[in-house]
Design a protein around this ligand. Structure first.
Ligand code: PEP
Ligand code: MN
Length: 333
């Protein structure tokens, strides 16, 4: 159960609601986000909500069974729209494309990518500066130096930045330069990181874990939400299965299921999802067809020379062709 409080509720009224819940022996957790105040209740048995529903300061009481409550569709009739400013929105019915290299490599690379994005009316650039790598000897990103270059060129061109944050200690220094914080598949269940991202007022894109179940992704989203941040985007990026003909198994079933279970926008990363460059466009189109609110696509001027993930990265021409097909498909849909 979610008790939604008036946004202007005072301490006295809050105290009376708490006392009423305690007298009814209902376990509850106060949650305060950028948008609202709530009590999340986990009663051990059914109880009559009329026992508290009349109290002053309560805006609404929602019956939400199951354990991920705040991210559940059951209490929010309308889908959540994440507004990043300057016309960049997720979940408003239009597809939002985010594209760029797997890793930020150089200033020249950023400039060239920005040009391609601008030409194609794409307003969000991706690029990792902190890279989670299987081997500690592989390239691990340019760090803050890369982020400052990334910011310099995107900011001046009105392009938003999405980049991965790997640990809580990085958040504060990255904060002024990042528009959307990406939590990578290896960190989906890093609960300390999720709680730290709950304390900031910037959108968070949460990737599905490498072997993550849909419910586990929703629990992870619940951590961020419960810690205070409602600006969440869920991302399907493929899961590890027994199949080894491709890098991951892009689970497009997840899109309608997540949208049914949750009010949050759902995007797809077809690049990591299939991991094979020549098949990325079909999977991107399929993602759009299945109702994704956005796409995260790896693009590089010369994928053959990319320092990371070149095998699944589109070159500029391939990318531009895909974008025009996506726009055409969107019109048909
Ligand atoms: C990435 O986006 O480059 C990345 C590392 O993604 P994932 O966490 O999905 O592997
Ligand atoms: Mn990558």
């Amino acid at each position: 159960m979610i008790i939604q409080l008036d946004t202007s509720i005072d301490g006295d009224k809050k105290g009376r609601i708490e006392a009423a819940l305690q007298s009814l022996h209902i376990d509850f957790y106060p949650v305060q986000t950028q948008i609202g105040h709530y009590f999340i209740c986990t009663p051990k048995q059914e109880f009559d909500i009329r026992g508290i529903g009349h109290l002053d300061g309560i805006k609404d009481v929602h019956r939400v069974s199951g354990a991920h409550k705040m991210v559940s569709h059951k209490w929010k009739v309308d889908r959540t729209i994440i507004d990043c400013g300057d016309g960049v929105r997720f979940g408003d019915g239009e597809m939002t494309i985010m594209a760029g290299p797997c890793s930020i490599e150089s200033e020249e690379q950023i400039e060239k990518t920005v040009e391609v994005l601008k030409r194609n009316h794409i307003k969000v650039m991706r690029g990792g500066v902190y890279k989670p790598r299987t081997s500690p000897y592989s390239f691990r990103g340019l760090g803050m130096e890369g982020l400052l270059l990334f910011y310099k060129h995107c900011h001046r061109s009105g392009i938003k930045i999405i980049t991965e944050v790997m640990e809580s200690a990085q958040i504060e220094k990255m904060l002024p330069y990042v528009d959307i914080f990406q939590v990578g598949a290896r960190n989906t269940q890093n609960f300390n990181l999720l709680e730290a991202l709950g304390k900031i007022d910037k959108p968070v894109l949460l990737k599905r874990g490498i072997s993550g179940k849909i419910d586990e992704l929703l629990y992870s989203a619940e951590y961020v939400f419960k810690s205070g941040n409602e600006k969440l985007i869920l991302c399907e990026r493929g899961i590890r299965t027994f199949e080894n003909s491709y890098r991951n198994t892009l689970d497009l079933n997840a899109v309608p299921i997540l949208k049914e279970k949750s009010h949050l926008p759902v995007v797809v990363d077809p690049s990591h999802g299939i991991g094979i460059r020549k098949h990325v466009p079909q999977m991107a189109l399929a993602s759009a067809a299945v109702g994704a609110d956005g796409l995260l696509i790896e693009v590089h001027e010369t994928p053959e020379k990319a320092v990371t993930d070149g095998q699944q990265t589109l070159n500029f021409m391939e990318f531009e062709r895909l974008v025009s097909r996506l726009y055409a498909l969107e019109n048909v849909l």
